[in-house]
Design a protein around this ligand. Structure first.
Ligand code: HEM
Length: 779
């Protein structure tokens, strides 16, 4: 590997300001000239401090720092994606060059910190990352869960009866440090020494120590370097011991040019910091944030199922890595701003995480946010944090133990302080209080044996449920109950659009069922569904009919919409069969409100078994056409749809037989005119005996993932530590869409239209596969 680049540029702008200023005024705006990441503004709240830039000048040059600063989500992701143009070589470089005295001190310790992974360029980086990845796979990480849980319990035991604690000093610093040491394979060394060393390392790398501090920092860093060397020597004597470093030592036998001595020594030191401080800070930020939002804290206490997504939202809203660095290797452009070769970039990932263009209502802290896992706190692409799933596991366990054992925790009065630096962020102390007399385990010791299964990997939106109170249950037709639901605490419910559904959890039966919303989307605070008791069903509808009573509490997920109405269509034909009227009724109501041209066809066996009849007749008058079979009525699709109407869209929901007949009747219509609601799909069922294995090349991550015949692409991606969101995992919802850059796709979902399938540039990872032996994905 080449030498680490020397920072000769700080403060020196590559632009000739004088010339530019003469020609057209100085190109550095006033706020850009003021930008100072070591000042109080950035230290207290980095994304807020650069809000002006996100809004007005997303890429700017900071003369004080000597860096170009990038603030928007898409730009930062694009920089992470291209690690050839934007080299990570300066990621661990001292952001403030030290003076000759400190440099001499470092040299006296033989300090030779070099490339590890995070600051290694291609082509050296990828082979090394691949060689060292196995201990990070979800499969391997499972084995660490009992250790993390045991440590967390022991530390909480120590202060649970005290009523007051500094969580950083008494838990959040040492537990991630001990986990990091276990993971790396380090025998438990002197914690206080390592603790002092790692702070020094942060200040040395990302801080601005005063000249008189520099020497002390250099001694600590030099000692850290030597300690790392001696630990490594010990490890070499027992290379079969468990641990990621020992794994590296064994790999060195096989691949000496890939896993070098310099790498091992540098990683021994950098690895402790990478695994420890990031996680300690992230956990402190998360607990602080949750205690500042007591409603969210209470919800987690009541429903630990929300933990994985809450962790993700904490990492988004207030993660522990505020900014990261890259070096431009050639003249290029970011968001239209010319970036010269050699330019240093500060990519403010915490600002990306608050970018309205990617996260709706981005400053709002929402533990149910569906795209929280798009956060860039772990970076993205070829260098994305390898330890992200270990960190997520630790944070879930910390929060689970604290919410269960100390639900009455509150923040104490205090001023938060941060170690001044650009990148690693977390409060130095976090004082909390509670009344030990109220500790729930004093009344119920069984509480101590409870545990929530940890989710290894990015959270599933599937797990994000909310409580709803049953406001009323009325009879809508024979065997159909109409259920009105409201928020139990009077807070607003999410807005929904026609075609949306919610997933109702049927008590503790393990069943959950999807029901379309049929009320008025404009009515705030309520959700309405109509449920047909299905004699031949799998038991969900029977449970609802038997157990749902006014005043009761249900758990539900959503609303989500997989069946959106095109409000720009020239005209609309709505076709409902039986209980399929529920989404269609909401769409027809909307079409009426918008003054659109529409007709509504509703078929049923008998009048008595058709829901919402009076309401529909009242709202839609002559536009409503009923087809009731025992009154001799029948919806003649051939007559209705025989000739395509230009610009018309047909929306249908009902029995599979009806939908199949409609497909036929619409055969002559333009592509994608017929839109149907599916609640089940059999296309996604995987039959290994009829599938073939294939390879998925991931362009952004630089790896190739093998997908065996018996595994979905989604599962294979997760097994390789790649985050992909998912929800239904049946090809119905579209959450797991990934972009396809090459190779033909065998589509198995019901989300994409025929034209979209033919374009071949996206696919649903939960069910669709490669037609041939390989596909290339933008992941
Ligand atoms: C890389 C953040 C925990 C090991 C990174 C990067 C970031 C990051 C920003 C650089 C990403 C990029 O350049 O695209 C975090 C945060 C953590 C955390 C916020 C906790 C909340 C951990 C843990 C470990 C770890 C627990 C180890 C057990 C690594 C490694 C890399 C890395 C080895 C280098 C990957 C490469 O360059 O290929 N991390 N990290 N991290 N992290 Fe983490």
């Amino acid at each position: 590997p080449t030498e680490v680049a020397v920072n000769g540029n700080a403060g020196g702008c590559p632009i000739d300001h004088a010339a530019l200023a003469r020609a057209q005024g100085c190109p550095v705006s006033a706020p850009a000239a003021e930008f100072d990441p070591f000042g109080d503004g950035y230290q207290q709240d980095p994304p807020e401090y650069v809000r002006w830039a996100r809004d007005k000048e997303p890429v700017f040059y900071s003369p004080k720092l000597g860096y170009w600063v990038v603030t928007r989500y898409d730009d930062i992701k694009a920089v992470f994606r291209d690690n050839h143009t934007f080299s990570p070589s300066i990621a661990l470089e001292k952001i403030t060059p030290t003076g000759p005295e400190a440099n001499a001190v470092l040299a006296s310790y033989g300090y030779a910190m070099n490339r590890t992974l995070v600051n290694e360029d291609e082509p050296a980086h990828m082979p090394r990352r691949r060689a060292l990845m196995d201990p990070f796979t979800p499969e391997a990480l499972k084995h660490h869960e009992p250790m993390v849980r045991r440590l967390t319990r022991e530390y909480v035991d120590r202060f649970i009866d005290d009523g007051r604690a500094d969580l950083v000093d008494q838990m959040l610093w040492e537990v991630p440090l001990t986990v990091a040491l276990h993971f790396l394979g380090v025998p438990e060394e002197d914690m206080d020494r390592l603790r002092a060393y790692s702070i020094a390392h942060t200040v040395n790398t990302w801080g601005r120590p005063k000249p008189e501090e520099q020497v002390a920092v250099a001694h600590a860093v030099g000692n850290f370097w030597q300690l790392a060397g001696s630990i490594l020597d010990k490890m070499r004597q027992d290379p079969d011991a468990p641990g990621w470093m020992q794994y590296g030592i064994r790999k060195q036998q096989e691949l000496p040019d890939v896993v070098t001595d310099s790498y091992l020594h540098s990683m021994m030191m950098a690895g402790i910091v990478a695994a420890h401080e990031t996680t300690a800070n992230a956990s402190a930020n998360a607990i602080k944030l949750l205690l500042q939002h007591p409603d969210a804290w209470r919800e987690l206490c009541e429903d630990p199922g929300l933990l994985p997504n809450a962790v993700e939202e904490c990492l988004r809203h207030n993660g522990s890595v505020a900014a990261w660095r890259r070096l431009a290797t050639r003249d290029t452009e970011i968001a239209g701003v010319a970036i010269p070769a050699g330019a240093r970039l500060l990519i403010v990932s915490s600002s990306a995480n608050h970018d309205e263009r990617h996260f709706t209502d981005a400053d709002f802290f929402d533990i149910r946010r569906e795209n929280a896992s798009d956060q860039l706190t772990f970076g993205y692409g070829a260098h994305q944090c390898m330890g992200k799933n270990l960190a997520r596991m630790e944070m879930q366990i910390f929060l689970e133990e604290l919410t269960r054992r100390l639900p009455h925790l509150r923040l104490a009065e205090q001023q938060f302080t941060y170690v001044p630096n650009t990148s690693f962020r977390g409060p130095e102390h976090l004082w909390v209080e509670w009344d030990p007399a109220d500790n729930p385990e004093r009344r119920d010791s069984a509480l101590l044996s409870q545990r929530q299964p940890v989710r290894i990997g990015e959270p599933s939106t599937h797990a994000i449920s909310r409580k709803l109170r049953v406001a009323s249950v009325t009879r809508a037709a024979d065997g159909i109950a109409r259920i009105r639901l409201e928020s139990p605490d009077g807070k607003p419910l999410p807005r929904w659009t026609p075609g949306s559904h919610i997933d109702i959890e049927c008590g503790d039966t393990g069943l959950s069922r999807q029901y379309s919303l049929c009320g008025d989307p404009a009515a705030p605070g309520t959700l309405e569904i109509a449920v047909l008791r299905e004699a031949q069903g799998r038991g969900g509808s029977a449970w609802i009919h038997e157990h749902v009573r006014p005043g009761g509490i249900l758990r539900a997920r959503g609303p989500r919409n997989h069946f959106r109405m095109d409000e720009s269509a020239a005209s609309l034909v709505f076709i409902a069969g039986g209980i399929g009227i529920t989404p269609i009724s909401a769409m027809a109501r909307r079409a009426r409100e918008l003054g659109m041209d529409y007709q509504l066809h509703y078929s049923g066996r008998t009048r008595g078994c058709m829901a919402l009849l009076d309401e529909l007749a009242q709202l839609h008058g002559e536009r409503l056409h009923l087809h009731i079979s025992d009154e001799g009525g029948r919806n003649d699709f051939a007559a209705l749809l025989g000739r395509p109407t230009p610009g018309a869209q047909v929306y249908a929901c009902g029995p599979e037989r009806m939908l199949a007949a409609l497909q036929q009747a619409c055969a002559g219509w333009p592509e994608d005119s017929l839109r149907v609601e599916h609640f089940h799909s059999t296309l996604a069922t995987l039959d290994p005996s009829r599938e073939h294995a294939f390879e998925a090349e991931l362009k952004d991550s630089g790896i190739v993932v093998q997908v065996p015949a018996g595994q979905t692409l989604l599962a294979a991606l997760r097994g390789a530590n790649i985050d992909v969101q998912s929800d239904c995992e049946e090809g119905l919802c579209g959450s797991c869409e990934v972009r396809v850059l090459g190779g033909a796709v065998d589509h198995r979902d019901v989300v994409l239209t025929r034209n979209e399938r033919a374009a071949g540039n996206r696919m649903m990872a939960c069910c669709s596969r490669a037609q041939g032996g390989r596909i290339v994905l933008e992941l």
